[in-house]
Design a protein around this ligand. Structure first.
Ligand code: NZQ
Ligand code: ZN
Length: 384
């Protein structure tokens, strides 16, 4: 196992009715900016619950944060927060609202162009504290330090991470997710699954606990996905999916082990250039990334085949083939298509992505730093 430091201070309030308890987590006299997305919270009762819980606080509102949040939109919130001297943010929505709010939190005290936080990885030295009410299980943003923001003007989707943007608390009430369109439920399952794979499907470093935690999240998602999709108001299965998504990317399963993330880096380009949903891009890329990197990932692919899919018969090559096919079939079974052509995108997207990676110096991705632009081209060619 590799050395690691693990720190995660996020207080989780899990379960029905937990929105009512947020006031105790917010400093008395805080001036709050409530951030939200395109309006789902106004039609599913979440907004009313939040407002009721905030009785007595001074609350400003900023709505309209889009999926794959835009820098241009978020900067408007930064301006409001600065001029109104907001000192606490409350993000209510999916990963995009949470990620956008992390950016707002870091940008408010930032001197200079806030886009530098992402484009130049300028250090974040201060951030306004914030809490979250999560309404879409998928990203893990509710319990991690990551934020992904899109600059609309240039169609660039970049990320930053800082311990200063851990939420102070996150509410995970499965009932708030009952209003999700089926496409977003499916997306969330695929995103969480792929987060585990990015941290697990690399090479062994004798970290059996991390391996078994990762495998248990994958197995739980495989077991719960059909239940939550068959009955969109099944509290128990939605609760299980929700906790899986949080555990998949709160740092715990990734300690002391190599991590990949090349699938995500390619996926972000497909979203930036073609607007394909985040999870859809992962469903397209991951099976082919596993195929192309099968030699360096061989031991973990065989372990995955056996422990997650019960594949023990046949040659190594055929077990790996079957494990990759099972992965693809799982994504398709939850309703997420796995080919670029399913989204009307052709292979002419490849040169632009390669060019962007070369310009940004993304020339050595993956756990072995061997996912070069040539490898990315090979993977994307298989995604047709
Ligand atoms: O905007 P509203 O009206 O709220 O509608 C949203 C949005 O249209 C809707 N929605 C959310 N909760 C709902 C709901 N509709 C009905 N009922 C509810 N309860 O769902 C749509 C998608 O929301 P979004 O927040 O964009 O989805 P998701 O949570 O999948 O977030 C995706 C973003 O997170 C980033 C992605 O790149 C993408 O930008 N990621 C963030 C990560 C992180 N912070 O660690 C890691 C991930 O790998 C990912 O990159
Ligand atoms: Zn993701």
């Amino acid at each position: 196992m590799e050395n690691f430091a693990f720190y995660n201070p996020v207080k989780i309030l899990f379960g029905k009715g937990q929105i009512a308890n947020i006031a105790a987590e917010i400093p008395a006299k805080a001036k709050i900016l409530l951030t939200y997305g395109g309006g789902s919270i106004k039609t599913n009762g979440v907004y009313e619950q939040v407002k009721a819980a905030l009785t007595g606080f001074e609350v400003l509102e900023f709505g309209g944060i889009e999926a794959n949040p835009h820098l241009e939109t978020l900067l408007k919130a930064v301006e409001i927060a600065r001029s109104q001297q907001v000192d606490f943010l409350l993000a209510v929505g999916g990963g995009s609202v949470l990620d956008g709010t992390k950016f707002i939190a870091a940008a408010i005290p930032f001197e200079g162009d806030p886009w530098d936080i992402l484009a130049k990885q300028a250090p974040v030295t201060a951030a306004v504290p914030f809490g979250a009410v999560l309404t879409l299980p998928a990203t893990g943003s509710e319990m991690n330090t990551n934020s992904v923001v899109t600059k609309w003007e240039t169609q660039e989707k970049l990320f930053f991470a800082s311990p200063l943007v851990f939420p102070k608390f996150s509410v995970l009430d499965p009932e708030t997710t009952f209003s999700l369109p089926i496409r977003q439920v499916s997306n969330g399952i695929v995103d969480a699954y792929t987060h585990v794979m990015e941290q697990y499907l690399t090479y062994p470093v004798n970290a059996p606990l991390q391996d078994r935690m990762a495998e248990s999240i994958l197995q739980t998602l495989i077991a719960e996905a059909p239940k939550t999709l068959a009955n969109l108001h099944d509290y128990e299965s939605r609760a299980n999916v929700m906790w899986c998504a949080t555990m998949a990317l709160n740092g715990l399963i990734g300690v002391g082990v190599p991590q990949d993330w090349a699938t995500h880096m390619i996926g972000h380009e497909l979203t930036a250039l073609h607007g394909i949903d985040h999870a859809q891009t992962l469903a397209i890329v991951l099976p082919n990334m596993l195929d192309v990197k099968r030699d360096r990932k061989r031991q973990k692919l065989l372990q995955y085949a056996e422990r997650v899919w019960g594949l023990v018969d046949g040659t190594e090559e055929s077990r790996i083939d079957q494990a990759i096919a099972k992965t693809r079939d799982f994504f398709e079974s939850v309703g997420v298509k796995t080919h670029l052509s399913d989204y009307g995108v052709g292979l002419d997207v490849i040169p632009t992505i390669i060019d962007r990676f070369e310009k940004r110096g993304f020339v050595a991705l993956g756990e072995n730093l061997d996912v070069t632009p040539q490898v990315v081209e090979k993977v994307l060619t298989l995604c047709a």
